[in-house]
Design a binder for this molecule. Structure first.
Ligand code: URA
Length: 186
């Protein structure tokens, strides 16, 4: 697909997400479709927006986002060169962790985005993203750092960048995984 076609397609998907009645009905605050480069080789997929994201409409700008930024800086990856999104495009109204119905619905939007971008690698950050995309239960504690090929697409499993907020020793582990990802892309 040409860059112009990709841009048009992504803008169209963005508009569709922003006016999606299922998302709007379920959301507390703004919808967060995701952002980044339309020709990204890497798409990062998180779980669902948090409070800060729901106020601004931008992905990963809260505490997890700060950790993600420092991680990207460590491996010299620019936010503008990748695409960042989440499995679910809204912060649910009455709970924080998305439920299976939120995830199932989110797949429609996420797969449309992946189809338009056609990245080389899709990074699934955390158990929810892995489950949402691959429809399989993974244990990120065991499976992080692994590449998985499904239907011709290449996925990389990693911890969610918020993980070191709860367990600081995971920071070094995530950095190691992301360095592996960077080597693959080079
Ligand atoms: N966590 C996510 O998974 N996505 C965001 O946008 C923010 C926090």
């Amino acid at each position: 697909m040409s860059i112009k076609k990709k841009t048009d397609e992504l803008l169209k998907i963005n508009r569709q997400i922003l006016k999606c009645s299922v998302c709007l009905k379920s959301a507390k605050g703004l919808l967060v479709p995701g952002e980044g480069s339309r020709s990204a080789e890497i798409v990062l997929v998180g779980e669902a927006p948090g409070k800060n994201e729901a106020v601004t409409g931008k992905p990963f700008i809260g505490r997890a986002g700060k950790l993600l930024d420092s991680l990207l800086e460590t491996i010299k990856l620019d936010r503008n060169d990748i695409f960042i999104t989440s499995a679910v495009k809204y912060l649910p109204k009455t709970y924080i962790t998305p439920k299976p119905a939120d995830i199932e619905h989110g797949r429609i939007h996420l797969f449309a985005q992946l189809e338009a971008i056609q990245p080389r690698v899709i990074v699934l950050m955390g158990n929810t993203a892995a489950m949402a995309v691959l429809h399989e239960k993974f244990s990120i504690a065991k499976d992080h750092g692994k590449f998985i090929i499904r239907d011709g697409l290449i996925y990389f499993l990693s911890y969610h960048p918020a993980a070191p907020l709860y367990s600081p020793k995971l920071r070094e582990i995530i950095i190691k995984d992301f360095k592996k990802l960077k080597r693959y892309i080079k």
